[in-house]
Design a protein around this ligand. Sequence first.
Ligand code: NI
Length: 497
Amino acid sequence: MYKKELQKDQKKKTHPVPQQLVRRRKLFGIIIVGVIILLAFVAIFLFFSRSKNPHITAEKKISTDMIGDSKYADTRSRFVTQETTTSHLHAEYPITGTKQIDATIAATIDSDRAHYSSDTTSRQPALHTTFTFNSSYQVPYADTTYFSIVVSTNYDAQLAHPVALSHSWTFNRKTGAVIESSALFKDSAGMPALLAAVQTSVIQQDNKQGGVMDSSSVGDFISTDTIRNFTILDRKYIRFYFGRGDVAPESDGTMIVSIPATTMQNYLKPDLAKTIFDLTAPLPPQQTTSTPAKGDSDCPAKCVALTFDDGPGAYTDQLLDILSSNHVGATFFVIGQSVASHPTLVKREVSLGYDVGNHTRDHPQLTQLSIPQIDSELAQTNQAITSAGLTPILMRPPYGAANTAVYQEAAKYNLAAIHWSVDTRDWADRNSSIVCNRAVAGAGPGAIILMHDIHPTTVNAVPCIIKGISAAGYKMVTISQLLGHPSPGKVYYSASS
Ligand code: NI
């Protein structure tokens, strides 16, 4: 009994102790939960602040550096792609096989990249956008001795204006040395004559775009130093490529100036002139300025033609939506077999007023076929296009492979042979940025731009191409609008040749 009482007593005495423990445990639990919530907030804060810090986003950089084929003989390309959350950079470096040439060009592209880098460092692009950089090249002329190349760099660092740079050179392939314009002339009278010719052309181009440049102001922009580097075109022209703001106000955009070598004939060194320029052959007929019936009065000076080969296909409908909603002309060189399997697509091309040309039935190399085989390729495709509602007047030989026999057969079917002056090489580089950059960089008076509507990357590049070419001041038209009345059997590379 005593014991029981004692126990009771003890119980009474010990009762408050467990209650305190429970309270402490509760308090401890609340503190733990509080700390966990606090840590979670700290973690979320750190995550967001890190992703906004450009130095840390570099960890997320996608960077590739790969070698790919180029369409130019003996020239390959090294493609560099760097993508971060704030910047998309694509650069194409030529690999010509002559180290000194490659090094000269690479140093220039690297310098463009350095400018882009300094223009974007410590800055953030506008919400949901990135800074962009694209650099690619074209080879207007190459033989065993001479190599002309133009590098076009476009970047948008979201400063006052997007930047459009042109760099061009003619190299001696064997030595890797740059051949400067002054080396073309036998005496000191050559450069002033060339300068005057370039200045006249720039004034004309500026005035056509509504500018007010004249002979007194042109000297502020163009000196002999501006025309130090030249390129060769068709062995007939001394051609210059200028970036935006290089030779005229920025609003004029990029400019291409072609001076017929024959006009410089009295100044050229006889030996060099003979090896570089073909001064004996007559110049290609110049485009008449009279307005052809089906042509466009702005053409060819302010027009370019977008052409799409090898369709119709899975992406043609999407392309037609883009072109028609932007009120832009285009020409389709279709394959007979595909016309047969997608007749409604060709009907849609025709109903939208686009040109549809013959690109053969099976896409063979026509130069390897017999005359009856060429006949059959052209005849069956003509028939398929005619069934879709248009009698074709244009053809394009697959791979650009053609000879007299091919042109004679084209003439027989009342088809003009349409090549191109700008190759976007969209089949090789399935990259919309590169394709857009090549198309926009190549846009010049009367240019014919080659693409393929069977690649989704090409179709996706078209909005960017339309924007860029419009901004450069050119109208996109069909081949018939560009050329007026293309003559059957005649060969065209652009509106000026
Ligand atoms: Ni083709």
